[in-house]
Design a binder for this molecule. Sequence first.
Ligand SMILES: NC(=O)c1ccc[n+]([C@@H]2O[C@H](COP(=O)([O-])OP(=O)(O)OC[C@H]3O[C@@H](n4cnc5c(N)ncnc54)[C@H](O)[C@@H]3O)[C@@H](O)[C@H]2O)c1
Length: 437
Amino acid sequence: VIGLGYIGLPTSLLFARAGFEVIGVDIKEDLVKSINAGHIPSDEPGLSDLLDGVRGRFRAQTTVPNADVFVVCVPTPLSGAMRVADLTYVKKAVESVAPRLREGNLIIIESTVPPGTGDKLVIPTLVKHGADPFHLRVAHCPERAIPGRVLEEMTRNARVIGGNTPSAASMARDLYGSFVTGKICTTNLVTAEFIKLMENTYRDVNIALINEFAMIADECGVNVWEAREIANLHPRVNLLKPGPGVGGHCIAIDPWFLTEGSLNGHMISVAREVNDNMPNYVVGAAKSILKGQEGANITLLGVSYKANVGDTRETPAMKIARLAENEGYSVRCCDPLVKEFEYPLQDLESATDQTDCIVLVTDHEVFKEIAPCRLRARNRNLIDTRNFLDHDLWAQSGYRVTILGGGERSEEPPDGRSAAEEISGGTKALVKVFGGR
Ligand SMILES: NC(=O)c1ccc[n+]([C@@H]2O[C@H](COP(=O)([O-])OP(=O)(O)OC[C@H]3O[C@@H](n4cnc5c(N)ncnc54)[C@H](O)[C@@H]3O)[C@@H](O)[C@H]2O)c1
């Protein structure tokens, strides 16, 4: 298995548990050493025990050995502003496999790639490096696992497998069938590549739709959360939840892989823009709440891109922090699940001390345990971008609560006092139009 990251390491261990002798390859020497010493570089549940359980059938190294099957799990980042897949890792990994490839071997690409990569890049690269085009077996087996539930999802989810020939596809199907209990469907290479991108694009476009509904709902004085729940009673409607933007390694990136070679990806591109602009909408809400308070303090609760994991890749929290800083605010971040972030991470107490606005970005369960009355905020403003916290509780502690898509209009207090101060006894949640219109 080439590449021992989020996907490659659990994949290697699952193959090992199924009885194969697995050699994991990574260019990072430290990572290889640490894995061989029994350390797992992530908090992914079950991974450490699995590593312990497959000693003797799994080891890591930095060079590609001879093998019967090669599984490529290297990164496929997006080349930033160009919005084009960077396939250099895939190309290098394939080049490193080429000299080892013998007749009857199978090479599988697990990395997410634009449609046509197998036929236009992988096969020609192998052939250029001496592989016999008539005996080549290439498959694409995209991964659908989600951080936090990787082992469970890798085992139970249905898989799609594309092959350059039916025999390559069926060889890959037999291999994954050793540990996958979900349905395995086989097809050709480009269709498998396309399916993976369709899945994540479907999610992105649907998130953009509900995000747009949330923003329009704010304009119309409609609570989108309530509206969504009722609309979802329709037997053929299934609206997702709005939020502060889309993050993670897949959904925020993969739609661009689908559109990069096409002149027809209009709606997909617009959906990406909508989701990418949600942090601007969140900061717009903070600006409207903090009007007149230059240099105010903003606290971000949660910086990972999704609930209950410490993964910050492509997190909207990063853009929210940067935009807020550019507006002159002082930004503090608190996320007990994240180990490293571009902004210093503080504990709850110091991150909220003298803050003027708390923005809940990530709906970690642990944030439900916060006692708002204990926080030493200077101004009690809460923006809940996930409609997640107990708003009555926060309002009882004097917080003015704003929910993304909350849509309930409230008048600005005339004398500049905080809206929370306006509530007699502070017992009623005050929900303000999110965009501050
Ligand atoms: N992480 C996810 O949740 C997820 C889900 C579905 C699909 N994917 C896709 O899986 C692929 C891998 O993603 P990831 O999250 O595991 O990446 P990652 O960055 O966590 O790990 C990739 C590993 O590959 C290594 N590597 C890079 N070039 C190499 C080479 N030439 N030889 C050997 N090792 C090399 C890196 O050092 C790194 O350790 C990507 O295409 C990604 O889009 C990821």
